[in-house]
Design a binder for this molecule. Sequence first.
Ligand code: PEP
Length: 255
Amino acid sequence: MDKSKRAAVLAGNWKMNKTPEEAKEILNGLLPALKGADCTVVVCVPYTDLGVAVELCRGSNIHVGAQNVHFKESGAYTGEISPLMLVEAGVEYVIIGHSERRQYFGETDETVNLRAKAALEHGLKPIICVGELLEERENGTTEQVVTRQVKAALADFTAEDMANTIIAYEPVWAIGTGKTATSEQAGEVCGLIRRTVAGLFDAKVADALTIQYGGSMNPKNCDELLAQPDVDGGLIGGAALKVDDFTALVNSASK
Ligand code: PEP
């Protein structure tokens, strides 16, 4: 698989961490450290940090993302944020269908698809998360689960939509647990995702798609994971909150 056909994207998922003041501190550390990065760098911060992040990252090589988006432009959806609001705030990327959203907030394959389509319609780039639970890995249904999630998430997508989409393979059992998928496991499922996309569209679309691995990626295991032919970057939780660790991951993805 020829990686030069697609962009390496390293995205940090800050989850529900960091106040705007704390965000400033991290970003002021990352901005000089990542100046020479040879991959796309994204920080997906809490909504309340978006203003600070967009302001500080303006004109730099760090792109700003959100961690969710609603599928309507406005209305009676208390607590939600619309794609229009994100675009006006200067956001470029948005994580959709993270396993924590699926597990704690009732996110389904169908709402993942609605959110992703709404993001694309407004020019936001969705980072769509898929991945199996521990019990699904253990009972041998990983392939079935991930294929179902990918097909459902991409329902009604065009090839042009795919050019602006990233898929993140995040085995749920590896998120925030310190347990990483082996590079073979990560490579295998990312390969499966690419083949699924080739089946839905064609080889050209599949070859151009950035597929990230996420799940306890850190400076020690990143080289091996990122060397897998179908792994084009990472979605990073814990290590994204530490300037030195995130810098090391970006450097690894830049090689
Ligand atoms: C994540 O939340 O997307 C993630 C991969 O978390 P962590 O790196 O902490 O496992």
